[in-house]
Design a protein around this ligand. Structure first.
Ligand code: F6P
Length: 548
């Protein structure tokens, strides 16, 4: 059965929500002095505190019942067992295999496709990347003019950009001072232009990262970068300054990169799950093989936790079920991601792809329309910047937005004193969202400040906070490679949990195809959209740019 609304637990959750919908977080906390202990779970030293969500024991029991009725355990076994869970593309989704044996300590799991263990090919490719990264890091690999490579420019888009860019920034303290890394993704020439403006061709290495090696944005940027380099250093220099990461050897060769300068991965690694593969080459060059192994180890540990922990103690399961609760039973259409860590500033953008490209679907695995809600809108930015931008709406807007606060206990910056401020702000925001400030408290405060009765009456509605706005807090002891790996894998599996309840395939992305086709048709000047708006704007573009 793929219609979750027909599950008994779904019906029970609807009835339950109608009953407890008016119970406030303040009341829930007042009624249970141990609410933090009772509604937070741990994996090692990572804490998931979900006490500031409008859920009770009954809610969680029903949500876990829903997971059982949706056969989450079977789905999970199929995922880890190498089933072709990406049914529309007839592929397994085995990104966990990339971190199984290669991680420090590994997680001892074996991953097979059609009975063949994938560990040997994964390890072999990783060794090649480690060797190449070490050559760059230690100066053994030099540019065409004999200078050391100091600048890595990754050209890729979507999963071939967002993951590596996120990790490289998040692990900033782990990168040696002399290496500069940049990421170019947008087909807008301004992106490449801005990066090349600060690049020295003799010291620059381009990584062309594309699973398919056909993505038009990436290929356009790659061609322009190649032209730029050839103009500066001559065509013969291209060989020393370009490497490729792909599953498509033929296309890489056709572009002019020798297969000896290519790092491979496989079609069973989805684009948005690929940072653990050769797509992570820029990460390995940045932080070195050992720290990359730590990153893999953190993800591997989370894989094992997801596979083995009881559902009620399972971080990805609880996070996924809370998303279903908010989306389908509380009718909340968005989800904010608020990392209180500047080094995680790219996390919201990364999770936009992971969550929305995976679960932004409106047909089930069987192709029938869904009549329930799937992915919420994912957005956010690093605290405390968001506080001075959109938190107004989080606190007083007309629709509550569940927030994920990602807090980090131990600081790695050169200014640790500021970390207390950062941490206190994160905690204060989640408490303010949950408990608000009553009209009585606002009035009393203004009275004490000597404001007159008319002013108090006029301003009180504006200065009152209703509270009761849900949030979940993920606390990491430190933002190091291991904990970062675990955090990303937590979200990967959370997406799978929600997709399983919703009955959808989280591993395909047909929704991005139509726009690509139409852009190509417009570019070719034939067969573009016939509507008057598109045709009118295209005609104006042509006249403004004197194209015709
Ligand atoms: O946006 C669609 C998409 O296919 C993503 O899933 C993928 O991460 C991105 O394009 C880049 O694809 P490729 O790595 O093949 O260039």
């Amino acid at each position: 059965m793929t219609n979750p609304t027909l599950f008994p637990a779904w019906k029970a959750l609807e009835a339950h929500q109608a009953k407890i919908g008016n119970v406030t977080l303040a009341e829930l906390f007042a009624g249970d002095a141990e609410r933090f202990r009772n509604f937070s779970i741990r994996f090692g030293d990572i804490v998931l505190d979900y006490s500031k969500n409008g859920v009770t024991d009954v809610t969680m029991g029903l949500l876990l019942g829903l997971a059982n009725e949706a056969k989450l355990d079977e789905a999970r076994a199929g995922l880890f067992g190498g089933d072709r869970v990406n049914s529309t593309e007839d592929r397994p989704a085995l990104h966990m295999a990339l971190r199984a044996s290669a991680a420090h300590g590994g997680h001892g799991l074996t991953f097979k496709i059609d009975g063949v263990d994938v560990a040997p090919v994964v390890k072999a490719e990783l060794e090649l990347m480690f060797d190449f990264a070490d050559q760059i890091r230690h100066g053994a690999f030099k540019g065409a003019t004999g200078k050391r490579i100091r600048h890595i420019i990754n050209i890729g888009i979507g999963g071939s950009d967002l993951g590596p860019a996120l990790i490289v920034d998040a692990l900033r303290p782990d990168i040696g001072g002399k290496l500069q890394l940049d990421f170019v993704s947008n087909v807008d020439g301004a992106h490449l232009d801005a990066v090349l403006a600060k690049a020295d061709p003799e010291k620059t290495l381009f990584i062309i990262a594309s699973k398919t090696f056909t993505t038009s944005e990436t290929m356009a940027n790659a061609r322009s970068a190649r032209k730029w380099l050839a103009e500066k250093l001559g065509e013969a220099a291209v060989d020393r300054h370009f490497v490729a990461v792909s599953t498509n050897i033929a296309a890489v060769q056709e572009f002019g990169i020798d297969p000896t300068r290519m790092f491979r991965f496989w079609d069973w690694v989805g684009g948005r799950y690929s940072l653990w593969s050769a797509i992570g080459l820029s990460i390995i060059i940045a932080v070195g093989p050992n720290k990359f192994r730590d990153l893999l180890a953190g993800a591997a540990a989370m894989d094992r936790h997801f596979l083995e922990a009881p559902l009620a103690q399972n971080l990805p399961v609880i996070l996924g079920l809370l998303q279903v609760w908010h989306r389908d039973f509380c009718h909340m259409s968005a989800q904010a991601i608020l990392p209180y860590a500047q080094d995680l500033w790219r996390l919201p953008a990364y999770l936009q792809q992971l969550e929305m490209e995976s679960n932004g679907k409106s047909v089930t695995r069987q192709g029938t329309p869904v009549t329930w809600h799937t992915s919420p809108v994912i957005w956010g930015q690093a605290g405390t910047n968001g506080q001075h931008a959109f938190h107004q709406m989080l606190h007083q807007g007309s629709e509550p937005v569940p927030c994920d606060f990602i807090l980090v206990a131990r600081d790695r910056s050169a200014f640790p004193d500021q970390h207390h401020m950062l941490f206190a702000n994160g905690l204060a925001q989640s408490a303010a969202l949950a408990f608000g400030k009553s009209a009585a408290a606002v009035g009393a405060e203004m009275k004490a400040a000597g404001r007159d009765a008319a002013t108090i009456a006029a301003l009180t509605p504006h200065r009152t906070f209703a509270g009761n706005r849900p949030s979940t807090t993920i606390l990491l002891p430190i933002l190091d490679p291991y904990h970062l790996g675990a955090l990303i894998a937590l979200y990967e599996h959370k997406v799978f949990v929600a997709a399983t309840i919703w009955g959808i395939n989280p591993f395909d992305q047909w929704g991005v195809e139509l726009g690509k086709e139409m852009a190509n048709a417009l570019l070719a000047g034939k067969g573009g959209p016939a509507d008057s708006s598109t045709a009118g704007l295209m005609a104006l573009y042509d006249s403004y740019t004197h194209r015709k």
